[in-house]
Design a protein around this ligand. Structure first.
Ligand code: NAP
Ligand code: G4F
Length: 323
């Protein structure tokens, strides 16, 4: 039987990389398209995926639409990547975030239970669930303490995934992924905001870059590496939860240094602090322990932060030059 995958959030960063990865493995790929008024397919075009997949209209908040989509796609593997994923916005839209990022998970789990409960399920959990960290290095056993409406919604989705695994014997796994970036990252996230800003400053289109808390630390990896870990989780005999991270943490400040150095500039001359970008409650530091993923999935991050940021700066230089 041919392998069939269904991806929610297929128009997002990870959705595009995962679709490319699964097509290369010979999967038939279906995606849930939350139709907006403007085109959301630029990432799928960038990775030459769009013409090779089938998109089915539907929203994560609409259980009937998800059931309908699963009846059409008949997937053996389901990857729930759809979410309102921007932490900053989640204080402005806490209810929408709860509905899409939290209840949306239950909608997908219920739709699977009502259509074909033998399908394998991946939930996009997050290091944001650790929030106010309870251990210096966070593993699958570290207690959670979310610090944003987004983190709270994700924690609900995480526990519902565990609950459906334990209640209904479903093959449901959660990837607790630490920050991962790429040239396809949304412009609102700090790495891409910085690499786009560097390109604009270098090309004379912008004079400075306004940021918030540049002392925050993140464990940043490359999205192209991380989608393989999602797939590996669904190839295991038993479902489980896995931390996916590099095991290295870096300040936003040092990430800026790397980005500006790529074009021969000193970040201190361009980065300015704007308190409007501070968050009501901050996650100051995240650092993952990916030992379980290494031993059980034989997975480890391949791309260093320097390689990642240089890749992103180069892509933004090409994009801004072409504008
Ligand atoms: P992203 O680029 O923001 O993509 C989110 C996707 O979800 C988009 O395709 C978006 O569609 C879709 N979506 C939003 N609301 C929806 C709704 N109500 N119904 C259906 N689809 C909806 O996020 P990403 O970086 O690829 O991340 C993928 C997943 O991993 C997300 O769940 C995120 O929370 C989680 N995660 C990400 C990271 C990270 O560092 N990237 C780390 C841990 C976990 P539109 O394009 O139409 O808006
Ligand atoms: O790039 P960020 O917006 O990512 P954040 O909040 O860590 O969330 C991302 O990673 C999570 C995994 O831990 C995902 F679940 C989530 O969906 C998303 O992909 O911010 C990173 C850090 C924060 O501490 C923020 O306060 O950068 C700091 N920062 C400083 N100045 C800024 C800015 N963040 C943004 N977006 N914009 C700024 O100007």
């Amino acid at each position: 039987m041919s392998k069939r995958a269904f991806i929610t959030g297929i128009t997002g960063q990870d959705g595009a990389y995962l679709a490319r990865f699964l097509l290369d493995k010979g999967y038939e790929v279906f995606g849930l398209l939350a139709r907006r008024s403007s085109s959301t397919s630029w990432r799928l075009e960038y990775l030459n995926v769009l013409s090779h997949i089938k998109l089915i209209d539907g929203d994560l908040t609409d259980l009937a639409a998800i059931i309908r989509a699963l009846r059409i796609a008949k997937p053996t593997e389901i990857y729930n990547l759809g979410a309102q994923s921007f932490v900053g916005s989640s204080w402005d839209q806490p209810i929408l975030t709860g509905q899409a990022t939290g209840i949306g998970v239950t909608n997908v789990l219920e739709a699977i239970r009502l259509t074909d409960s033998s399908a394998r399920f991946y939930q996009a959990s997050t290091s944001e669930m650790f929030g106010l960290i309870q251990e210096t290095t966070q593993s699958e056993k570290t207690p959670f303490y979310p610090r944003s409406p987004y983190g709270v919604a994700k924690l609900y989705g995480h526990w519902m995934t565990v609950n459906y695994r334990e209640s209904f014997n479903m093959h449901a796994s959660s990837g607790i992924l630490f920050n991962h970036e790429s040239p396809l990252r949304g412009i609102e996230f700090v790495t891409r905001k910085v690499t786009d800003g560097v390109a604009r400053i270098k090309l004379g289109r912008q004079k400075s870059l306004m940021l918030g808390n540049i002392d925050a630390q993140r464990d940043w990896g490359f999205a192209g590496d991380y989608v393989e870990a999602m797939w590996l989780m669904l190839q295991q005999d038993q479902p489980d939860d896995y931390v996916i991270a590099t095991g290295v943490t870096t300040t936003v400040r040092d990430m800026c240094r790397i980005a500006f150095e790529r074009v021969g500039l000193d970040y201190e001359n361009y980065v300015k602090i704007d308190p409007r970008y501070y968050r009501p409650a901050e996650v100051e530091v995240l650092l993952g322990n990916p030992a379980k993923a290494k031993s059980r999935l034989a997975w480890s991050a391949k791309t260093s932060l320097k390689e990642l940021i240089e890749m992103m700066v180069d892509a933004d230089l090409a994009r801004v030059s072409a504008q």
